[in-house]
Design a protein around this ligand. Structure first.
Ligand SMILES: [Fe+2]
Length: 250
C-alpha cells in the first residue's frame, strides 16, 4: 500500500500575508506531485491553516483534496481548530472530547491517527492509545503532528516541543513490535530511531526551518511530501522535494 503524507500547509486567508510564500500554489504543486505517484491514500498531518483555524480555508483545502479522487484523512496541528475541522471534513470517526484521534486498518497494518495539536495528549487519548497497543500484535504506523521527542532543531526544540513527549515515548516503548511514526510540525526532514520507535519528520509545503539556530530562521524554500510504502511487515519511506513559490515571483 502506498501512502502520501502532506504536512504543515499553513494556508492563509486570501489577503493574508504569509511572508511572501505562495502557500496555496505550494500546496497545489505538491498535490499535483502526489497525484503523479498514484498513492492509495493521502494523509494530511496538521497545520492546514496559517496561524489559526478558519472555516473558509478548510473548505478550500477540502475542495482541492476532493478533486484528486484519492481517499484522504486529516489530523490537526497546533495552528488548527479541531471543531472546525470536524465540521468541514465531516469527521464522524473520531472519539469525543475536542480531539480527532482514530484507528484504521491500512491493508493489514494497524494505523493510529493521533491528536497532539494542543502540544499534549488528553488522558482519555493516552488511555485509548494504551488500549490500541494492547490489542495490536504486529508493527504499527502512527500519523500525528508533533514528534514525541526533541529532534535537534534548535528553535523548535526550545519553543515548540511536545510537552508530554517522555510519557508518550514510554508508552510506545511498552509495545513489543516496531512503531513507525510519521509527523510534521518541525518543518524539516529527519528520521530518529528510539529503540522500537522510528520517527520520520516530513517537510512542510510552506517553508523549512533552519535546524541550527535558536531564533526562527528559514532554512529552505524547497517544499516536499513523504511517500510511504507499507507491506506485510515492512515500512519504507522517501521524501520528494520541489521548489516552493514566492509571491514576489508571481
Ligand atoms: Fe507548522
Amino acid at each position: 500500500m502506498k501512502i502520501a503524507q502532506i504536512t504543515d500547509l499553513h494556508i492563509g486567508l486570501k489577503d493574508q500575508d504569509t511572508y511572501n510564500v505562495d502557500v496555496r500554489d505550494n500546496f497545489l504543486q505538491i498535490l499535483g506531485e502526489v497525484v503523479f505517484t498514484e498513492p492509495d491514500l493521502v494523509v494530511v498531518t496538521g497545520d492546514l491553516c496559517f496561524d489559526v483555524g478558519h472555516e473558509e480555508i478548510y473548505i478550500w483545502i477540502k475542495s482541492k483534496l476532493d478533486n484528486i479522487k484519492i481517499p484522504y484523512l486529516v489530523t490537526p496541528g497546533n495552528h488548527d481548530d479541531t471543531e472546525m475541522m470536524k465540521a468541514v471534513f465531516e469527521i464522524d470517526y473520531s472519539h469525543g472530547d475536542d480531539e480527532i484521534y482514530f484507528a484504521k486498518k491500512l491493508s493489514k497494518t494497524t494505523a493510529l491517527f493521533l491528536d497532539n495539536s494542543k502540544a499534549a495528549h488528553s488522558d482519555n487519548q493516552k488511555k485509548w492509545i494504551k488500549r490500541q497497543l494492547h490489542q495490536a500484535d504486529k508493527n504499527i504506523v502512527v500519523f500525528t503532528h508533533y514528534p514525541p521527542a526533541k529532534c535537534k532543531v534548535a528553535f523548535m526544540d526550545k519553543n515548540h516541543a511536545l510537552e508530554d513527549r517522555k510519557e508518550i515515548q514510554s508508552l510506545f516503548h511498552t509495545y513489543e513490535k516496531n512503531i513507525y511514526l510519521f509527523c510534521g510540525h518541525y518543518h524539516t526532514e529527519k528520521i530518529i530511531h528510539l529503540d522500537n520507535l522510528h520517527i520520520a519528520i516530513t517537510p512542510s509545503t510552506y517553508i523549512q526551518i533552519d535546524p541550527d539556530t535558536e531564533d526562527f530562521q528559514v532554512g529552505s524554500y524547497q517544499i516536499g511530501f513523504r511517500l510511504i510504502e507499507l507491506s506485510k511487515n515492512h515500512c519504507m519511506s522517501t521524501v520528494k522535494y520541489i521548489d516552493g513559490k514566492s509571491l514576489r515571483e508571481a
